[in-house]
Design a protein around this ligand. Structure first.
Ligand SMILES: Cc1cc2nc3c(=O)[nH]c(=O)nc-3n(C[C@H](O)[C@H](O)[C@H](O)COP(=O)(O)OP(=O)(O)OC[C@H]3O[C@@H](n4cnc5c(N)ncnc54)[C@H](O)[C@@H]3O)c2cc1C
Length: 497
């Protein structure tokens, strides 16, 4: 039986582990944190749970191919999903707002009524989302394991949609926003996701929401990750927590195991890194296995920002409020020494009763920042100033929430601020990035390799080899790596445990 060492117990590492166990491999995961899930996480403060991840999980509908894959690992029928009618509300200074409804017709109707001057753009966007309703991504089989004919068949499946897909892949969310004359509609398109992301992603997100396949799992992100951890353990896998990998052991250009920070060496036949890409390539492998493509990514491609998350436990109900709302600030908030933000996005967790006791509510606010080093340096060199900065941001966020929702401050029972330094400490993601590479028009439909040039018995999975990132992508990435390893060893891949 071949032994595989897997670095990282995020969704990609757990997925690779589960599928390799299913196919007769003996695997062991090494994870630096004490919990599974990586970025897909949550934390408790008193009676409250502060969720740090899932807004929508693609594959929440039984008709979706992602649902079938999730079901290979998790009993999806035992989970309840919230599929909000109103996914997001974007507000402006003058009291106007646009609701982004999950249903395409309702979304279109709302946008047309609020921004009639942009009828042509709204119709174009809504029609694209309708056009893609019947597309299912080819996730069942890794492209690396498909025959020439298999690849041709896959392309054929997409041929009727190619022109539209290329069109929307060719512009960012911001480009789309800039075509709008109505400032609020512009802000809405910019706020639907990271503005540098290809607009195709916005279209697909709308399609998934319409199909009721982008729900939020009650119980939240860590609960969901724990279910995949349970599957892995049930399948015979072993996880070592608080086990940070410092080095991938290489002999004659083949990976032969990993070495932990504490010096312990663990030999194996194959190594899969589902951890941070930069640390894997430039740290654990000392930059010895590079290609021009890899250099291009790490030197030029855009990464998702890092973020500050302010989480509050509020001893009062907040029923009737939108689940997610973006609103302007009277006074911009400084998020580091070089950036400010003039608006914030709040999530009001009234939709998940497991996050707070009855009659109480969790609110979280995420403030993106591209200046991770400011927070890391501050934490390292001046802990007092770091804590004071966290306090300042919490205070400014609370003041803004008080103004927007009324009567928040005096009901606060728990308060927590995580920063890019926190993200780096607990997940080791490069620059504290929340999702790896942004899927920009420049990246387009190109795919990253899951192997490194000149290095045998080594594979990468997860958001650093899958531009656009995301939890379902991490699942597929781990599964694909297992398929690639099986194919190399002549093992017929099975997705059943
Ligand atoms: C605020 C936020 C909201 C999000 N919302 C959504 C959403 O709604 N829907 C969605 O699909 N996606 C969402 N995402 C993105 C999604 O969470 C990630 O893309 C996905 O979880 C990445 O999984 P991964 O396994 O590739 O990487 P990670 O989750 O980063 O896992 C990597 C693991 O490797 C470990 N590790 C790193 N270095 C080492 C080392 N040297 N030794 C040992 N272990 C190591 C880390 O601790 C971590 O556990 C969100 C992310 C954030 C932060």
């Amino acid at each position: 039986m071949k032994k595989v060492s897997i670095i990282g117990a995020g969704i990609a590492g757990l997925s690779a582990g589960c599928y390799l166990q299913m196919n007769g491999y003996d695997t062991e995961i090494f994870e630096l944190h004490s919990l599974p899930g990586g970025l897909c996480t949550a934390w408790k403060r008193g009676e409250y749970t502060f969720d740090g991840c899932i807004h929508w999980l693609v594959g929440s509908n039984p008709t979706d191919p992602f649902y079938s894959l999730w079901s290979e690992l998790v009993d999806m029928t035992a989970l309840s999903f919230v599929e909000p009618e109103e996914a997001l509300r974007v507000e402006s200074e003058d009291g106007r707002y646009i609701r982004v409804f999950s249903n395409i017709d309702k979304m279109e109707e709302e946008m047309l009524s609020k921004a009639p001057a942009d009828t042509e753009i709204i119709r174009r966007f809504a029609n694209a989302a309708r056009k893609f309703i019947n597309i299912n991504p080819p996730i069942e089989k890794a492209i690396e394991t498909r025959s020439f004919l298999g690849k041709a068949m896959m392309l054929l499946r997409f041929l009727p949609y190619m022109k539209q897909m290329k069109y929307w892949m060719g512009m960012t969310g911001r480009d789309l926003a800039l075509q709008c004359s109505d400032p609020l509609l512009r802000k809405t398109f910019e706020s639907m996701f990271i503005p540098e992301m290809a607009a195709l992603f916005l279209v697909f997100t709308q399609t998934w929401r319409h199909r009721r396949s982008a729900g939020y799992p009650i119980g939240g992100s860590l609960n969901f990750a724990r279910k995949i951890e349970e599957a892995y353990i049930r399948l015979g896998g072993r996880i070592n927590y608080k086990a940070r990998v410092a080095r991938i052991i290489v002999e004659k250009d083949a990976a032969t195991g990993i070495q932990l920070e504490n010096g312990e060496a663990h030999p194996s036949d194959v190594v899969v890194s589902a951890a941070d890409g930069h640390d894997t390539i430039y740290g654990m492998l000392e930059g010895k296995y590079l290609s021009d493509e890899i250099r291009r990514y790490y030197e030029h491609a855009k990464v998702f920002p890092s973020y500050i998350q302010v989480s509050l436990g509020i001893a009062r109900p907040l029923d009737g409020m939108p689940n997610a709302v973006i609103f302007p600030l009277e006074t911009p908030i400084r998020t580091d020494d070089t950036h400010t933000r003039g608006q914030i996005g709040a999530r009001i967790f009234s939709f998940d009763p497991t996050m707070a006791p009855e009659g109480k509510t969790v609110i979280t606010v995420i403030l993106p920042t591209n200046n991770h080093s400011y927070w890391e340096t501050l934490r390292r060199e001046n802990k007092e100033a770091y804590l004071a900065e966290k306090e300042r941001i919490a205070e400014e966020v609370i003041a803004a929430l008080d103004r927007r929702f009324g009567d928040i401050r005096r009901h606060i029972e728990e308060k927590d601020v995580s920063t890019p330094a926190t993200v780096i400490r607990y997940t080791n993601n490069w620059k504290g990035s929340l999702e790896g590479w942004i899927l920009t028009p420049a990246i387009g439909f190109s795919q990253m390799k899951k192997v490194l040039p000149g290095l045998q018995n080594f594979y990468m999975a997860g958001q650093w080899v899958e531009p656009g990132g995301g939890i379902p992508t991490a699942l597929v990435s781990g599964r694909n790596v297992a398929q690639i390893i099986c194919k190399k060893d002549g093992v017929k891949f099975s997705g059943n445990g």
